[in-house]
Design a protein around this ligand. Structure first.
Ligand SMILES: Cc1cc2nc3c(=O)[nH]c(=O)nc-3n(C[C@H](O)[C@H](O)[C@H](O)COP(=O)(O)OP(=O)(O)OC[C@H]3O[C@@H](n4cnc5c(N)ncnc54)[C@H](O)[C@@H]3O)c2cc1C
Ligand code: MET
Ligand SMILES: [Zn+2]
Length: 616
């Protein structure tokens, strides 16, 4: 008889936490290293779980991989640490319990933190070490990222016929962090050859039971569940869990009702919790049938009221369109800002774009100013949103807020890193990349949150993305644009360009794209401003001619502004022929410059229309 034969007949009890138990004993270093330096302590914990009633234990190898051990400078000891862990667990089990070799997931919400190639390499190394010591099976646990588990599971399946337990970790009741429903995730794991499929960590029994209620019994695999002791509490800088082991008696019965056959514990659980599970399930057979609750899907996702005005990306496909950036002030007081906004509105621009703390320096909230523009001036605000200043919670709340205010035009950007701004020590969040943010907003437009939870309404954001053509390899930048379109970008707004030739190159490189581009034009204000952009802003190169023109009027601010405007007008002339959309950037709140340029564009447009009519 083996592990799977036993599961076919009966419920097996698994062990509980290792990490949080060691932590509660005061261990604050690498838990897995203790397989080498404090073997007795690990042995003792395994034994305590077996004595509490565990038929299945797991090796102390949750984080024994290259990536996690590297945090402690132990990355060269992957093999040693894993092999030692199996030997200790086997010594504790002495044939009384099955030993599963544990491999923990690496990715959290930030997929970008580790590539799938690194995931595979790291996984293989740990897998070979565990298999070389002849474990009874594998436990792939705490996979928040389904893509990661779907990547590593086939590797393990190909390498071994031993039983594989594959555990996802829920984001919230019934769904994974990418919005996949638990039942669908289980189907996919079963199809890839997992023998036991289940859940561990993050949530306590209550939410896990509710999640399993919507999951049918697997076709062939067995179901397992390792809940946390409770939701965690944060006390004196430490995560702590409620300890009420007798609660695990009731919940073990509920897990059995849901079809679980392998039941253990995750963070915060102790041998007492495992003893409670064993006590409750003593003599009980697994269920072979269950009633599945209908999926909790809100069927009626309301479309939100259609935008009163057409979206910018629709406007710019059809006609000339000018949008202007006017940065929110860095100090309190918005009189000059409003003066500029009014003057720009009078030119007839389609939107005023408001940066989100550009150059990582605090400015008055662009949502506050956007609301004022919309409500008081009837001017369309286009709100930049960076991934730098808000985590996944903040971003979603921000988007819901914008929707509630009726603001539908947004630009999704990574955001300049905080180290270049006024507060270099501040955290740059980057939970999401610009691609992820574009995808998130598209998902909001489908009425779904990041985790796939219905929002009750669909938003109707018109999604702009950034285009930086000031790079060494333009084709690489264009590949990013293509990816942004696949993520859901409706149009692009470019960084400023400073030569007619570059505008033509950009046109040639992007003319195949299915979405429009607003070309960035920012008037130079002085010779110093020109030198700064040329020498210090990555990617921006001004022609010798432009720099000479600005240098010639270096000591004359009025003439400098005139020259800056004249240069911008030539750039506009070049862009005008090739692009419908022009994005004017107001330097240093000097809105009179962008007012003049907007008027110039509209006059040019009128003249061009008249010529067309005249020519029939
Ligand atoms: C129109 C516009 C508005 C902006 N508004 C703001 C704002 O309000 N607040 C703010 O803080 N920042 C703003 N930025 C700056 C922006 O956040 C960064 O410049 C950003 O890196 C470029 O846009 P993205 O975020 O979409 O970057 P992504 O395309 O996601 O690129 C992110 C990073 O990848 C790298 N990268 C991208 N393309 C290439 C390439 N071709 N070759 C090599 N490496 C590359 C760069 O390191 C880049 O910083 C704005 C930029 C633009 C163009
Ligand atoms: C972070 S999830 C749990 C990891 C491992 N099973 C432990 O208890 O230490
Ligand atoms: Zn856990």
């Amino acid at each position: 008889m083996g592990f799977l034969d036993d599961l076919a007949q009966q419920i097996l009890i698994a062990d509980g936490a290792m990490g949080t138990l060691l932590y509660s004993h005061g261990v604050d270093s690498c838990f897995e290293e203790l397989n080498l330096s404090r073997q007795e302590e690990i042995l003792h914990i395994h034994k305590a779980y077996i004595e509490a009633g565990a038929n299945v234990i797991q090796t102390n190898t949750y984080g024994a991989n290259y990536v996690k051990l590297a945090r402690y400078g132990l990355e060269e000891q992957v093999k040693e640490i894993n092999e030692a862990a199996v030997r200790i667990a086997k010594q504790a089990a002495k044939g009384r319990a099955y030993v599963l070799g544990t491999i923990g997931g690496l990715r959290s919400i930030k997929k970008t933190a580790i590539t799938l190639e690194e995931v595979k390499r790291t996984f293989r190394e740990q897998l070979y070490a565990l298999l070389s010591e002849d474990v009874d099976g594998l436990l792939l646990e705490t996979y928040y990222d389904l893509e990661e588990l779907l990547t590593v599971l086939p590797i393990a399946r190909k390498e071994t016929d031993k039983p594989i337990v594959a555990h996802v970790t829920l984001h919230e009741v019934g769904v994974l962090q990418d919005g996949t429903h638990l039942a669908d995730a289980f189907d996919r794991l079963e199809a890839l050859g997992a023998d036991v499929i289940g859940l561990n960590c993050h949530l306590g029994p209550y939410y896990m039971i509710r999640s399993l209620e919507e999951v049918p019994l697997p076709k062939k695999a067995f179901l397992s569940v390792y809940p946390n002791a409770s939701l965690p509490d944060y006390r004196d800088g430490r995560l702590v869990y409620e300890t009420n082991p007798s609660y695990f008696e009731e919940t073990a019965l509920a897990f059995r009702e849901q079809g679980a056959r392998l039941i253990g514990g995750c963070c915060g659980t102790t041998p007492k919790h495992i003893a409670a599970i064993a006590k409750a399930l003593k003599g009980l057979k697994p269920v072979t049938e269950k009633k599945v609750k209908e999926r909790n899907i809100v069927v009626s996702v309301q479309a939100s009221a259609p935008n009163k005005k057409p979206a910018l990306h629709e406007i710019v496909k059809q006609r000339r369109s000018v949008i202007v950036e006017l940065d929110p002030p860095k100090k309190l007081g918005i009189a000059k800002f409003l003066e500029g906004a009014k003057a720009l509105k009078e030119t007839g621009i389609d939107a005023l774009t408001l940066a989100d703390n550009s150059l990582a320096t605090p400015r008055i909230s662009n949502v506050a100013l956007g609301t004022i523009l919309k409500e008081q001036l009837g001017l369309r605000p286009l709100i930049h949103i960076t991934c730098r200043d808000r985590n996944l919670i903040g971003l979603q709340s921000h988007l819901m807020g914008l929707h509630t205010l009726g603001i539908t035009d947004v630009l999704a950007v990574t955001g300049d890193p905080s180290k270049i701004g006024d507060f270099p020590g501040a955290t740059s969040v980057y939970d999401l990349s610009s691609f992820d943010l574009i995808q998130l907003i598209s998902q909001f437009n489908e009425g779904l949150s990041y985790s796939g939870k219905p929002l009750g309404e669909k938003t109707n954001f018109s999604i702009a993305a950034a285009f930086n053509p000031n790079v060494r390899y333009l084709d690489k930048a264009v590949e990013r644009l293509e990816k942004k379109i696949r993520c859901g970008a409706h149009y692009f707004i470019s960084q400023p360009l400073y030569s007619e030739r570059q505008i033509e190159e950009v046109y040639e490189a992007t003319k195949h794209l299915s979405v429009p581009i607003y070309i960035g034009i920012m008037p130079l204000t002085s010779a110093r401003n020109a030198d700064f952009l040329h020498h210090e802003v990555p990617g921006i190169t001004l022609s010798d001619e432009i720099r000479a023109r600005m240098a010639a009027c270096a000591n004359d601010p009025i003439q400098s502004a005139r020259e800056g405007i004249a240069i911008a007008k030539s750039l506009i002339d070049a862009a005008f022929e090739l692009f419908n959309g022009i994005y004017l950037i107001t330097p240093f709140l000097r809105y009179e410059m962008t007012v003049e340029l907007a008027n110039y564009i509209y006059e040019k447009e009128r003249a061009s229309q008249e010529r067309k009519i005249f020519n029939g």
